[in-house]
Design a protein around this ligand. Structure first.
Ligand code: NDP
Ligand code: MG
Length: 387
């Protein structure tokens, strides 16, 4: 039996992962499930899957979790430290699907045990890419990409020589505001930003898709995970979300990865890698799809893409600052305190301020300096907004 843990089990990716596990229950022993505020879901899944331990991120919710698990023999724990400690429990495969930079420490910790980490949490690669990749290498751990574009690139690269790759193209649906004018974007509401045209995902990544911050994070994720140069990484808007990514080789060939927009494909690929197993995803009927549309992305209406290039050029702590400022600006948008385009404005401002002050470029990045930069960036976003 494979021992598996799911960090962020109550979320969209976590639930899709559990769906795959449930279909082949005998093959797995569930070591740990973690969640945030959705205690009912966490406890129910822990019981159904007979998990060893269930952990909530919020300490004040521990009594509730304990009550829900009373008499089951399943352990309950809470808080940031518990989330890190649970990564010490031996597992063969761990899904990293906490949303935001909060997913960094547990994932990093798990890699130190040489485990295989299926990484949905792109924020940890944006925040601390080199550290994550080096930790995996030092401990013989493997990181498998779960983001659909990165899983697609990973699959297109099987059997290929990295030196023969000329470029990588990741696609973006364009989100609900793909054809909106700059003026109209000023009035975009939370409800409108939460309606994704092709993917069903958690609220935060859905809004990030509307602002293209998701694609900005993914450009950086591509650089950090595969080691491609920034100028080799392109974005192509593809509203249907059937083509997830393309890899271009030096002879001009393009290998595209196509599939229905269902995260269970990328999750299942990471779960069964290096094999392919049957997955409960829709088989694409391309005759019915009929046409595949592509457009160039617009960095004027969606400045996040331009900011991602600046972040890659700066390196060092810029990724941590970019991600944290984005998370804080997103909090403000969700709280209806700022408008939709204000998110990119605030992030750009904080990036500029922080590059002007302390150098973001410094060597010797540690988890401590990264978390400090993260904290400062969030504080600056909130201060700017209040001013
Ligand atoms: P959700 O918001 O649906 O789920 C997030 C999970 O993290 C939940 O289990 C939530 O708990 C938990 N969580 C929230 N805040 C914290 C915290 N501070 N500490 C610990 N746990 C916390 O997100 P998604 O599943 O959509 O996304 C998860 C990750 O996967 C993100 O990094 C996202 O970018 C990435 N991803 C997602 C895709 C998708 O299709 N959804 C596609 C590609 C990547 P609770 O709900 O109980 O509060
Ligand atoms: Mg993606």
């Amino acid at each position: 039996m494979r021992r598996i843990s799911i960090f962020g089990a109550t979320g969209s990716i976590g639930q899709s992962t559990i769906d795959l596990i449930r279909r082949d229950r005998e093959a797995y022993r569930v070591v740990a499930l973690t969640g945030g505020g959705n205690i009912a879901r966490l406890a129910q899944d822990a019981k159904d899957l007979n998990a060893g331990i269930a952990v909530t991120a919020y300490e004040d919710r521990l009594p509730e979790l304990r009550d829900a698990l009373a008499g089951t023999g399943i352990e309950a724990a809470a808080g940031d430290q518990a989330l890190i400690e649970v990564a010490d429990r031996e597992a063969d495969w761990i899904m990293s699907a906490i949303v935001g930079a909060a997913g960094l420490a547990p994932g990093l910790h798990a890699l130190r045990h040489g485990t295989t980490l299926a990484l949905a949490n792109k924020e940890s690669l944006v925040t601390a890419g080199p550290m994550l990749m080096e930790t995996a290498q030092a401990h013989g751990a493997r990181i498998l990409p779960v983001d659909s574009e990165h899983s697609a690139v990973f699959q297109a690269l099987v059997g290929e020589k990295p030196a023969e790759v000329e470029r990588v193209i990741i696609t973006a649906s364009g989100g609900p505001f793909r054809d909106w004018s700059l003026e109209r974007l000023e009035s975009a509401t939370l409800e409108q930003a939460c309606k994704h045209p092709s993917w069903d995902m958690g609220q935060r990544i859905t809004i990030d898709s509307a602002s293209m911050f998701n694609k900005a994070l993914e450009i950086i994720e591509t650089k950090e995970y595969f080691g491609f140069a920034p100028e080799q990484i392109e974005v192509l808007v593809h509203p249907g979300s059937y083509v997830h990514a393309l890899v271009g080789f030096r002879d001009g060939a393009l290998m595209a990865h196509l599939g229905a927009p269902d995260m269970r494909h990328a999750i299942g690929y990471a779960l069964h890698w290096p094999e392919r197993r049957e997955l409960p995803v829709e088989r694409l009927d391309l005759a019915r799809v009929g046409q595949l549309r592509f457009e160039a992305p617009d960095e004027i209406r969606f400045p996040a893409l331009r900011l991602a290039r600046e972040v890659m050029a700066t390196g060092g702590l810029a990724g941590a600052v970019f991600n944290a400022a984005k998370e804080a600006a997103l909090d403000l948008f969700i709280a209806r305190k700022i408008g939709f385009p204000d998110m990119a404005r605030l992030v750009e401002r904080v990036l500029t301020e922080m590059s002007a002050g302390v150098s973001l470029r410094g060597n010797g990045l540690s988890l401590e300096t990264i978390l400090e930069a993260d904290k400062e960036a969030r504080a600056r976003v909130f201060a700017r907004q209040a001013a």
